[in-house]
Design a protein around this ligand. Structure first.
Ligand SMILES: [Cu+2]
Length: 314
């Protein structure tokens, strides 16, 4: 489109100068973006986006390595569905923005169009997002339903949130119970005792490998959230209410999680530490734990939560 005649020579010269400086700043911005992209890709290559340990590493990218069927499904859903869709949408919107910035800038388009409606375009930009959400809903709901399938569990672990520690009960192994407090709050404490600050706990939850464990959650006081990314478990513990989930860890090792519901001043100091061991090691630990820890019916005012037999559905 040619610039209308009513623009004076001075105004035109100004527009040309502005265009040149615009072009220079665009070049700078493009170079900057390219540099950033290369840096991110280099970082991805260096870290491989693949953490081996069950705790986050500095500069780690990507989701934790899944060690349960649920975490695997969640990772697949994220990597195969959500990430491609969000990438396409983001790139598409970015291209639109760049086109708009270039094509309709004041100097190139001094007389803007006064169009306000386009029926076809409006239908399209509503229908396509609806379609995307409808397609994503299918694997999403399937996954959500799967997280709820606690039937056929081989054992139960009860998790009770407290301000500010976790309590665990093993109803199928003599109903013993113990509390789990953070081991080190400061760097000095951590260095002294050789533990990981804000992650290790005095008493560790022990679970057998390859065993479907029903997890039951409740709270003694306020909302907490038992969140362990490697397992794909993240469930609120709600006072007066029982929530359920399940897990089946396929790899022995030490795993860490955190309370993920703001629950008061010491919210940051109630980590979750789970050690997954072989079935034999678990049996040995149970025998020891039965001696070491009190039974639920022996303690004063235990937190009562619903009980059920093995593999019982709700
Ligand atoms: Cu909390």
């Amino acid at each position: 489109m040619s610039t209308p005649n009513r623009y004076s020579a001075k105004a035109r010269a100004k527009a040309v100068a502005r265009e040149q400086s615009d072009a220079a700043s665009w070049q700078r911005a493009a170079l900057f973006a390219l540099g950033g992209l290369i840096a991110v890709m280099a970082l991805l290559l260096l870290t491989g986006g693949d953490a081996l340990a069950a705790k986050a590493e500095p500069w780690q990218l990507g989701l934790p390595k899944p060690v349960t069927p649920l975490a695997q499904e969640m990772t697949d859903f994220h990597n195969n569905w959500l990430l491609p869709v969000i990438t396409v949408i983001t790139v598409f919107v970015l291209i639109l923005l760049v086109v708009v910035c270039f094509k309709f800038r004041e100097s190139a388009n001094p007389v803007p169009s006064k169009r306000t409606h386009n029926a076809l375009l409006e239908v399209v930009w509503i229908a396509i997002p609806v379609l995307i959400l409808a397609v994503l809903a299918i694997p999403s709901l399937k996954l959500l339903y799967h997280t709820d399938e606690v039937a056929d569990s081989e054992m139960t672990l009860k998790v009770i949130g407290h301000q500010w520690y976790w309590e665990y009960q093993y109803p199928d192994h003599g109903n013993f119970t113990f509390e789990s407090y953070v081991s080190a709050r400061t760097h000095e404490e951590a260095a002294e005792s050789g533990v990981i600050r804000l992650m290790d706990t005095d008493n560790v939850v022990v679970l057998p490998v390859g065993t479907k464990v029903r997890l039951q959650f409740t709270s003694a006081d306020v909302l907490h959230n038992w969140s362990l990314s490697d397992f794909g478990v993240r469930v609120d513990t709600v006072p007066g209410r029982l929530n359920e989930a399940w897990t089946k860890v396929e790899k022995t090792g030490q795993y860490y999680g955190f309370c993920s519901e703001l629950c008061g001043t010491d919210h940051a100091f109630m980590p979750i530490s789970v050690k997954v061991v072989t079935k034999d090691e678990f049996a040995a630990w149970v025998a020891e734990a039965q001696q070491k820890f009190a039974k639920v019916d022996e303690i004063e005012n235990p937190v009562e939560i619903a009980t059920g037999g093995k593999g019982e559905t709700r």
